[in-house]
Write a protein that binds this ligand. Structure first.
Ligand SMILES: *Cc1c(COP(=O)(O)O)cnc(C)c1O
Length: 361
């Protein structure tokens, strides 16, 4: 029987952080940067108590959610577009801006979805070198040509955990051709307490040539509901609404996301928890000569260069004991490193005691 022809893409499919180990029922998943504390109790309460109407389509414009976002972040609801995860917003941006043969400039270790969606619409992906696993503004500017349409940056970046300072970001926008869209992915902004950091949203709210990405999947703990948002000029958001799938964000997601923004107590608790354990785990691992980026988001990129064991060795040993980290070889092609998500108190303590057991000094 004949299968009709379809397009062929030269793309490595996205491989998410693993969540299962053969023959183990219970695992500790520290591989996908999900929230250590789950979702906000307020969000949980509203989706379990409210009589949910699921037989009707959701609000295609996510109006209540956009209003809640504009209140929480002091921004204009008309410049917000919601997506089924920020993932979908990345996809829509690529569809809106990129023609075949257009160029997109990405830092070499940037989040994988930028290259995937760019290639799907036929654009050419150009990688800018990083310096010591940090985005290099200089190299990005070097890679710009007349064909460049978009520069994507996650700040802080996943999986490297490094970030451009406020000054560096402003410098990039200033020196980048005005006609090029700068997309700043603030996926981890809520966790950031570093003094020299400013989120893309805080810096560029009023810039028509910057587009911001935000998500409810990380600190807000709603990864499974798939909800995120983009923020940009009215013109861009209007055009995105034309190509947007009509009911892209489901009703439960809209409700939970709006509610979670109001839960200041949970937000502060999450930030504190993350800082405390990220610092502790970083220090703990240094005893084994495993070093990492300075604390930023809710994950650490562990470097095994100076350790007498390899990343792969620890990865396999932990996996056998039901603790899953993210290999950075899949997709990112970063050797001898692992990405570790900060977990709950119980998970973190178990992680540390298991490392101690496995890497006897
Ligand atoms: C996790 C992550 C996202 C994805 O978020 P969704 O809203 O779940 O699609 C986007 N960008 C970066 C940098 C991430 O790490």
């Amino acid at each position: 029987m004949t299968t009709p022809n379809f397009k062929k893409f030269n793309i490595e499919a996205y491989k998410p952080g693993k969540s299962k180990v053969k023959r183990l029922k219970k695992v500790i998943k520290l591989s996908a940067n999900e929230s250590a504390l789950g979702m906000s109790p307020k969000a949980k309460r509203i989706i379990s108590n409210k009589k949910l109407v699921l037989d009707k389509y959701p609000d295609g414009k996510s109006q209540n959610l956009r209003k809640a976002i504009s209140n929480a972040y002091k921004c204009n609801p008309e410049k917000v577009i919601c997506g089924a995860g920020s993932d979908e917003v990345i996809q829509m941006i690529c569809q809106l801006f990129l023609n075949p043969k257009d160029e997109v400039v990405l830092p070499e270790y940037s989040f994988l979805m930028y290259r995937i969606y760019s290639k799907i619409v036929g654009a050419k992906v150009i990688f800018a070198k990083e310096s010591n696993f940090k985005v290099s503004v200089k190299d990005i500017l070097k890679k710009i040509t007349k064909k460049t349409k978009i520069v994507f940056i996650a700040n802080p970046n996943n999986p490297t955990g490094t970030y451009l300072t406020k000054k560096e970001l402003l410098g990039l926008r200033k020196r980048l051709n005005k006609k090029i869209l700068l997309v700043i992915d603030d996926a981890y902004a809520e966790y950031m307490k570093n003094k020299d950091y400013s989120s893309g949203l805080d810096l560029f709210k009023n810039k028509n040539n910057v587009f911001i990405l935000r998500t409810f999947s990380k600190m807000f703990g709603l990864a499974s509901l798939r909800v995120g948002w983009g923020y940009g000029s009215k013109k861009i958001v209007y055009a995105l609404n034309v190509i947007k799938p009509p009911f892209n964000v489901n009703g439960i997601a809209q409700l939970a996301a709006a509610e979670s923004l109001k839960d200041k107590k949970f937000i502060n608790k999450s930030i504190k928890h993350n800082l405390f354990y990220a610092r502790n785990i970083k220090k703990f691992l240094e005893r084994y000569n495993i070093y990492s980026n300075s604390v930023s988001a809710n994950f650490l990129l562990l470097n095994f260069e100076k350790c007498k064991y390899s990343a792969k060795y620890l990865y396999e040993k932990l996996k056998k004991k039901g603790i899953i980290l993210r290999s950075t070889e899949d997709g990112y092609h970063i050797k001898n490193k692992l990405r570790l998500t900060i977990g709950s108190k119980k998970e973190n303590l178990k992680f540390m005691s298991t490392v101690k057991q496995v890497l006897k000094k």
